[in-house]
Design a protein around this ligand. Structure first.
Ligand code: UDX
Length: 440
């Protein structure tokens, strides 16, 4: 919404939310999320044509177009628990729009939803005695965290799905015209609503599938002394495949991939497409396995015990340049290390607040440290779990000097210089690469 406000000074954008604290933060100098470049965009538009408010009913009443961006987490209860999307927030929002609207509205699904949700929403919006017409469109968001501003400014594509009816097509044109303010027309795709809804799930599933494919191969590399980076490079040079999203690591995290794949699994199952469901489920299975394998490798390398050993976890965010820790592999890895009675010290430049929350139940088995050198002091091992530039650029001679011997480094993101670290004296274990050990 901030990008729309920036690029379309004639459009007035109001963001409304039930959470007064978050709205206050959006209205302050300290935005509630860390996203490079976003502060500047918000600063330019806020108070001009971008407003943040808790007045939801007024927001609905006063605006012609409503983007619904509520969360749709994986259901934790009842039918479809652990797999299906929890649509209660979407449904409540639809009812609120129904109750507050005093005119026709274009209602846009911005959050990720199961295919055919728009039909249910349209039914709710048109229920009872309402005189108004609600046109439900799908406009999924493809931005990635950490690069959100660039992704919004120059998206690979914007996708808008609408009904083929005259009202659907008219609404579609209205939304196309908004994006046309800064996006070339060949990058604005239009589709039917169901294709648009499904494309979002499909894009995330295919991206995650690439990561799981390369991670599955990384295990084979470790067993055979092949090097996953060389394999990925060779595979990605095939122009039909491409180099992007073939980086092996400790596993994918983030709020979308796992949730959306499980949602896809549930959808396939509900249409009795069980083989397709199982196919996609394996993407998540491999991702969990990759994290378990990482911990198993730590244990094995450190003489099959980490009890009372200090392990510095460098990076807790699910990727660099974000403070977001949702589904971060660091959560599972840290928990497994604590189960093995290790003393875990978590260090991250932006995610320590979230990390404290995620691991609150582990008490003093986990410490939190802003300074990576202090985190690694007297540690037996360092595990790099997020590819932050600051961890890539550490003075590893200094890190090594402060550690207990033998010193181990486990690179879960293949982002540090393994040969140089080995030369310093570290025993280095990376993903999908032969181990560099002084102990063999
Ligand atoms: C993703 C999609 O990319 C985006 O289009 C969608 O809108 C939301 O979900 P995001 O979760 O923010 O975005 O980050 P992304 O860059 O996709 O990374 C997801 C995870 O995959 C991270 O944990 C990342 O470290 C991991 N990853 C990514 C790899 O392990 N290897 C890769 O090659 C790429």
């Amino acid at each position: 919404m901030a990008m729309i406000a920036l690029k379309c000074p004639n459009i007035r954008v109001t963001v409304v939310d039930v959470n007064a604290q978050r709205v206050a933060a959006w209205n302050s100098d300290q935005l509630p999320i860390y996203e490079p470049g976003l502060d500047e965009v918000v600063r330019k538009c806020r108070g001009r044509n971008l407003f943040f408010s808790t007045e939801i009913q007024k927001g609905i009443d006063e605006n012609d177009i409503i983007f619904v961006a509520v969360n749709t987490p994986t259901k934790t209860f009842g039918h479809g628990a652990g797999c299906a999307a929890d649509l209660q927030y979407w449904e409540k929002t639809a009812r609120l729009i129904h109750d507050c609207a005093k005119g026709d509205k274009i209602v846009i699904e911005k959050c990720t939803l199961p295919v055919r949700t728009a039909a249910a929403m349209s039914r709710i919006l048109h229920s009872g005695r309402t005189q108004h017409h609600f046109e439900v469109l799908s406009n999924p968001e493809f931005l990635a965290e950490g690069t959100a501003v660039a992704d919004l400014e120059k998206p690979d594509r914007v996708l808008i799905g609408a009904d083929a009816t005259p009202t659907g097509q008219k609404a579609l044109q209205t939304v196309v015209d908004i994006y046309a303010n800064w996006i070339p027309s060949n990058r604005i795709l239009t589709a039917n609503v169901w294709s648009s809804e499904l494309s979002k799930l499909a894009a995330n599933a295919v991206l995650a599938q690439r990561v799981s494919s390369v991670n599955a191969l990384s295990a084979l590399c470790e067993a055979t002394e092949a090097d996953i980076e060389e394999v990925s490079h060779a595979v990605g040079m095939d122009s039909r495949i491409g180099q992007k999203f073939l980086k092996a690591g400790v596993g994918f995290g983030g709020s979308c991939f796992k949730k959306d794949i499980l949602n896809l699994v549930y959808l396939c199952g509900s249409y009795n497409l069980h083989e397709a469901a199982e196919y996609w489920r394996q993407v998540v299975v491999i991702n969990d396995w990759q994290q378990d394998r990482f911990v198993a490798n730590i244990l094995h390398a450190m003489f099959n015990t980490v009890a009372d050993k200090r392990i510095a976890v460098l990076g807790f965010a699910f990727k660099a340049d974000t403070g977001d820790t949702r589904e971060s592999p660091a959560i599972r890895v840290s928990r497994m290390l604590v189960e093995e009675h290790a003393q875990v010290v978590v260090c991250d430049p932006q995610a320590l607040g979230n990390a404290r929350h995620d691991l609150a139940d582990l008490g003093d088995r986990v410490l939190f440290e802003t300074d990576p050198y202090k985190a690694a002091l007297d540690a037996d091992a360092v595990a790099v779990l997020t590819d932050w530039t600051c961890f890539r650029e550490l003075d590893y001679a200094r890190v090594y000097a402060g550690m207990r011997q033998p010193a181990f480094l486990f690179d879960g993101r293949n982002c540090v210089d393994h040969a140089a670290l080995y030369e310093l004296g570290f025993n280095v274990y990376a993903i999908g690469k032969p181990a560099r050990s002084h102990l063999a």
